[in-house]
Design a protein. Structure first.
Length: 271
């Protein structure tokens, strides 16, 4: 019998997940169907219950339901606990297993596609919201020399420093404190690009050979990446690879097989 999976969110029509998972299934010869579910903003739990009743095996969860998915899960991974959000649900009897694959997707894209090793490097994350929180623990697990978090509201960056201090060398602060420091990896986890803005980065933050990575993709990432290139970043990348790689991590959780992300990224780039 064909297994049923889906992505759930509101809005959902823009989601690339059905196409991504269809390509994964085709690549690996897996018998599954993957749909998109538009859930009412006040009825997430009911929509999940209906999906399970229809035989659904697993869900990807997108905005605005990641916090509700966290609460719904009866078992959570450490990376989901630290992210305080769940983007992947799997169902086994009465159990609801919750995970957050965003950080794993970022690491896989950096390591496997871009050939960037984090160990011993200085890392900067711009932003202190949910996108940043979801990737800090996986980044620290790669043993960077230091991980800095910069945010316009400094207290939010300091709160993340306190949360993750036990996991590695992490420091939070404001953008003004970055002056005189250079980083090998600079990750834009802000939504500034959506408004056509740039975070207030000081000059000279890109170390020789550095990589600038924007967690958004397409036109929304263009301004930051162009700025990074002009400021000396040796390599730039948008978040499309992370999107596909975090989906591949979900696929692995559900099916126990890890698809090749490269041909799927190329397919999406082609339109």
């Amino acid at each position: 019998m064909t297994d049923l999976y889906a992505v759930i969110g509101n809005p959902i029509a823009h989601s690339k997940s059905p196409r991504i998972h269809a390509e994964f299934a085709r690549q690996l010869g897996e018998d599954l169907r993957y749909e998109a579910i538009l859930a009412p903003r006040d009825a997430f739990a009911a929509a999940v219950s209906a999906f399970r009743a229809a035989g659904g095996r697993g869900l990807n969860v997108t905005v605005p339901f990641k916090l509700e998915a966290f609460e719904l899960a009866t078992e959570r991974t450490e990376r989901a606990v630290q992210a305080q959000a769940v983007n992947t649900l799997s169902f086994d009897g009465a159990a609801v297993f919750g995970d957050n694959t965003d950080g794993a997707g970022l690491i896989a894209d950096l390591r496997d596609r871009l050939g960037f090793a984090i160990r011993g490097k200085r890392v900067l994350i711009m932003g202190a919201g949910g996108a940043a929180r979801g990737v800090i623990l996986p980044l620290l697990a790669q043993e960077p020399a230091a991980l800095s978090i910069a945010n316009r509201t400094v207290e939010r960056a300091l709160a993340l420093e306190r949360q993750f201090a036990a996991f590695g060398p992490v420091r939070g602060g404001g953008y003004a404190e970055l002056g005189g420091h250079a980083f090998h990896l600079v990750v834009n986890a802000t939504s500034a690009g959506l408004a056509g803005e740039l975070p207030p980065l000081p000059r000279g933050i890109f170390a020789p050979g550095s990589l600038a990575y924007d967690m958004t993709y397409g036109e929304d990432s263009t301004r930051f990446l162009a700025h990074a290139r002009a400021e000396g970043a040796a390599q730039v990348a948008d978040g499309l690879g992370m999107l596909v790689a975090q989906a591949a991590e979900s696929f692995f959780i559900w099916r126990g097989r890890r698809p090749d992300i490269r041909p799927v990224i190329d397919l999406l780039r082609a339109g």
